[in-house]
Design a binder for this molecule. Sequence first.
Ligand code: ARG
Ligand code: ZN
Length: 849
Amino acid sequence: MKDASPATPSQTIYLKDYTPPSHLVDSVELVFKLHPTQTRVISKIAFRPNPDAADPTFYLHGEQLKLIRASIDGQDANAKVTDLGLTAQAPDAPFLWEAEVEISPATNTALEGLYMSNGMYCTQCEAEGFRKITYYPDRPDVMAVFTVKIEGEEPVKLSNGNDLGDGTWHDPHPKPAYLFALVAGDLVNLHDTFTTRSGRKVDLNIYVRDGDLHKTPFGMDALKRSMTWDEEVYGREYDLDLFNIVAVDDFNMGAMENKGLNIFNSAAVLASPDTATDGNFHRIETIIAHEYFHNWTGNRITCRDWFQLCLKEGLTVFRDQQFSGDTRGHAVERISDVLQLRARQFREDNGPLAHPVRPESFVEINNFYTATVYEKGAEVIGMLKTLIGDADYYEGCDLYFTRHDGQACTIEDWLKCFEDVTGRDLAQFKLWYSQAGTPRVKVDESFHDGTYTLTFIQSTPPTPGQDTKDPKVIPIAVGLLNEAGEEIHATKVCEVTDEVHKFRFTGLEAKPVPSINRNFSAPIILERDQSNAERAFLLAHDTDPFNKWEAGRALARDVMVRMVTEDATPDQAYLDALVAVARDDTLEPGFKAMCFSGPSNDDIQQALVDGGVTPDPTRIFLTGQTLNLAISQTMQDLLPRIYAEMQVDGPYSPRSEDADRRFWGNAALAMLSRLDGGAQAAAQYASADNMTQQLAALGCLLRAEVGEAQNAAFYAQWKDDRLVIDKWFSMQVSHAKLAAAPAKAAELTAHPDFTMANPNRFRAVFGALAGNSAGFHEPGGSGYALLADWLIKLDAKNPQIAARMSTAFETWPRYDADRQGMMREALTRIQAAPGLSPDLSEMVNRILA
Ligand code: ARG
Ligand code: ZN
């Protein structure tokens, strides 16, 4: 049975058309009689007419449901059923709706609604999956108290809220249907407890399949630290006596914040030193925190409609970034967050898929769980905090939590709290939510009679549906240094509000060196004529760690761009600056490693596009090889010592002091491997006692094309661990060069362990291909053709993942005519595939528009 939605005409939904629901729900009682292909769901729902309704017609969403019976106050409901829902004649007074439907979890390959993963039942309802479970007003502004009874053989049966025993659950907090969850299976759990600040004792559990228990302690620890942090920083306490987490192997995204029952992709929660890398540990900590923080920002206060998604996601990402900064250090955290923002969000914001942080229309809401809603949404919160200051920010948050507890809210509700606290008008600030596109800020400077003037000129390029933009309020943090490298003006936030806005710094003895947009205070692209000498100076002296790193980054980017466009040789001043960073004992290892992770292929492409040059991914790749070799040769004498010094003794711990040493040590190993043919990497591979060291070594060997034996050994060692084997799939594609990457991806799809039923496995291969620029864009077009073939195949089973992965094509307008032609051809072929899902077709249409 094919699981893609039936062919119904896709409709565009507009924010401006929002109307309140016809009916409200007082309580919901659900009984699940579990069966792989014939699960019965019996519902009793107490409705009452909404006094604020625009249209009183009683309508319930429902998709792929077999209706067995439905009644209103005990009388046959005479429901008129379509593919998308039903209507019935309802009394103009409170009434009881009772229905029974049949669904088939085992054949639900879309992984939305109730489905099965390795014999276990689980759900994913956000955004609109509950309508695949039973008929219901499946919209976030309808909130209700749920009682759930689960009947089945499974030893563990879980739902939201409190456990009443015997598979029965009651959640006292009214919630929208997207936060409903159910899990049933043969599971084991790690148990712990947490006592909240006001003395509530909370039972904590992480449920996993038998054999995975040893991978749960880190997640549990991260959960407890998140709970403490939210109490200390935001004054938010947990509000139930039980908090359950479940790990699921087949899951479309990272995790889901269902009330009291968070469901996680196993890759986002399970970790042990031998199977997970430092990067995995960090990501798990972030996601655990993120989902936990949603309990207040998302669950207690939810979204009125899906256009407001950034209300919970932008804010919750901001909160998890704050938490990670407090945990692993703010400089390295900020740098990683900005790297991620530029790689995913800037790319999106400057291509055909650009959309506002609060979109105004959509066909399929699942297509709007984007870097713009999440990451740019978080940047917008950060700018608000910078503009109004910490004290007003936290006071505004407190007001938001008290004023809107239990409500479904909008961005307007959120901003009003800060207007009320500060007395400021945030109308101009709100443009960050409605205008798409990355602002460009051009900087001019002048110096006369002790006065230094910075002139900022802002503009935002047109984006789909938005030809012109108004000036935004942009907080640009600036500090000044003198020629000796001393800070002569501490960081000051310049509030740029006009298209052209000047700021003066007086009483200076000489023209200073400015450090602009410190800590990346605004998500913008700065356009400034800056010499490489000044960049090297800031890399050596800036007191703002982010801008110190940024100066090195700008230097590296410029060097690469000149090598690509002017056939320049690797710049000696840049190489010297790197050596100075490596030798500087005042710098942390994590920071040094960050300075050595050069710009990605996509980064250089974005820089070239901004400079009006057509990027050639092949040439960028080959240039990168040349530059990396030059860096390694320049560093040659230092490498053995750095490598030796960064070795961590004793048992593995994911703590950041150790992880940062491994990070810098493995950067040194990567350089060494370009000179020694992989000898040191082979030694590290042979002696590694944790996954970070093992995988880093394997990466160096694969890059040097000498890792065949280790690659085979790795598979043999880990063939029974799905999460490690995902890495094995992905590494081979990431490290394959040029046209070998699509060829390797194609070869791996024939491996017996490849399956497109598991999103992690599919992403391991095709996410790695899309991330390998020079491979995906190899001039023969084999990358495009292969991905198009597989997206068409996957779409019939799992439209959400197919749609998500189609963003690999979003950069097509950047390239030369040949690549453009082949990318468009691949997209047109997808568009023409019979029975294409609304998800994938919306994406392809937008990409091609
Ligand atoms: N709310 C979840 C989170 O932020 C993600 C849900 C994504 N849902 C989707 N349909 N893409 O953690
Ligand atoms: Zn979230």
